[in-house]
Design a protein around this ligand. Structure first.
Ligand code: SF4
Length: 195
């Protein structure tokens, strides 16, 4: 039988150089993505590309403040991603609320709800700082220390308790009940799903 642990360093090296980013931006930091992806900083050099499908993306960038409404979508999107997956939060808002520290509708500590592998402080961090965070996450992947996805499973009760405290128990089902009819209607509107 093959012991895959022997190949871990090689697999991790390949992983760090081939990351797909969930195309999902929150807050003001989303505006840093165009310079990062285009000719000026050209993230593609590092093997990184945005992907609209979370089921085929391993890096989730949380690019700024998060409201409870957005947090629901973030959690559901994060859970859709395959393992191993990594979260990079940039801007002070996801870390401690930033300038919204006393706002009723901003999440103060994102890491209470999903694990954050690397956080970059600043308001807003420049693309160079985001590049630095990306290099840090690459280092963690290469050394096998980017383990947020494992922590999410091991401490699922902790994360679920915090999520339920904020949204109330059964929030996933309630969200799905609201979204599935909306999606079905949209599908009809664009002519899909016809018999
Ligand atoms: S840290 Fe600053 S730039 Fe980033 S989302 Fe918050 S207010 Fe906007």
């Amino acid at each position: 039988m093959v012991d895959w642990r022997l190949y871990e360093p090689l697999i991790n090296f390949a992983r760090k150089r081939s990351m797909w980013i969930v195309a999902f931006c929150t807050g003001c930091g989303g505006i840093e993505m165009p310079p990062l992806m285009t000719s000026r900083y050209d993230l593609e050099r590092f093997g990184m590309m945005p992907n609209p499908a979370p089921r085929m993306a391993d890096l989730f960038l949380i690019t700024g403040y998060v409201t409870p409404k957005t947090l629901k979508r973030i959690i559901i999107t994060y859970e859709m991603q395959p393992d191993p997956k990594y979260v990079l939060a940039h801007g002070s808002c996801p870390l401690n609320g930033g300038i919204y520290w006393d706002a009723y509708n901003a999440i103060k500590h994102l890491d209470k709800y999903i694990p954050v592998d690397v956080a970059i402080a600043g308001c807003m961090p420049r693309p160079e700082a985001v590049m630095d965070g990306i290099k840090k996450i690459m280092e963690l992947i290469e050394t096998g220390k980017a383990d947020g996805w494992k922590r999410y499973k091991e401490n699922y009760e902790y994360y679920k308790k915090n999520q339920d405290e904020l949204f109330g128990e059964g929030w996933r089902e309630r969200t799905a009940r609201r979204w599935i009819p909306w999606l079905m209607n949209k599908r009809k509107e664009i002519g899909g799903g016809e018999e």
